[in-house]
Design a protein around this ligand. Structure first.
Ligand SMILES: [Zn+2]
Length: 260
């Protein structure tokens, strides 16, 4: 079975994240995340994204509620996908436009986090970007929640005009993504192979995506309108869990309606 990495582009509308110098954090995080994903799939890694649209994973209209649900879903997805590594991508921001540099955040320090940080550190040095180092943070849901090791990368300062310009530069981003992916590969124990210059990137072998039959069934029943609370069933339709009578009654009623 191939290694599974969950890429988590931070934020998502209605929360754009930090904004500055014509950039929005949620948008850059997704662009960079897709690039990192491409390098990982080139190495046979199975990549899942917590979001691929500009929206958050919650539809709640209350912003705080939206944020909490969104973060909980990101963590739940990494668990459902059986991720071996969780990589959250963000940009830093400060009231001081001079603030600059890159940092790796983690829940607790270990060899995997250090392995992730090293190739990125080497890249930053080459580019003359300050390495703010590895910091432990016990308060972040996406670092605490996943079952696997997780890291949150604060990729330069959106509030710094020079660094924002770099984050708009496609060539820089591709190199940055390559360094980040190299770090992730080191963290999950997959050998990094640089892309050969001038040759097209080899297409990754199609990876069979592991699909849980219950998850697939729930998705199908949502599509045909029989299930209206997929989150509830995803959480409870598994061995050792119990489904509430009211939910079961609704399910049976909808099934009866569907068969006429
Ligand atoms: Zn952020």
């Amino acid at each position: 079975m191939s290694v599974i990495v969950e890429i988590d582009p931070g934020h998502g509308l209605p929360d754009p994240g930090a904004c500055g110098n014509g950039l929005q954090e949620h948008e850059r995080a997704l662009v960079l995340g897709r690039m990192v994903g491409k390098v990982l799939t080139r190495h046979g890694v199975t990549v899942f994204f917590t979001r691929t649209s500009e929206k958050s994973l919650s539809t709640a209209t209350n912003l705080k509620q939206n944020k909490n649900q969104d973060l909980a879903k990101r963590v739940a997805l990494s668990r459902e996908h059986g991720a071996h590594f969780f990589l959250s991508l963000h940009m830093n921001s400060s009231g001081n436009p001079q603030s600059n540099g890159y940092e790796t955040l983690c829940y607790s320090m270990n060899g995997q986090i250090d392995a992730l940080h090293q190739p990125i550190k080497a890249f930053l040095q080459k580019k003359g970007i300050r390495d703010r180092g590895i910091k432990t943070r016990g308060d972040l849901a996406v670092l605490k929640g996943p079952k696997c090791k997780a890291a949150l990368l604060e990729c330069l300062f959106i509030s710094n005009p020079k660094e924002a310009a770099l984050m708009k530069d496609q060539a820089f981003l591709l190199e940055f993504a390559e360094a980040i992916a190299q770090g992730v590969l080191a963290a999950v124990g997959v050998k990094y192979v640089p892309a050969k210059a001038g040759t097209p990137t080899p297409q990754p072998k199609p990876q069979p995506v592991p699909i849980d039959p219950t998850v697939a069934a729930i998705e199908k029943l949502v599509r045909v309108g029989i299930i209206n609370s997929p989150d509830y069933w995803l959480q409870n339709a598994k061995p050792g869990h119990k489904a509430d009578g009211q939910y079961t009654a609704f399910l049976l009623q909808n099934m009866a309606k569907a068969v006429g």
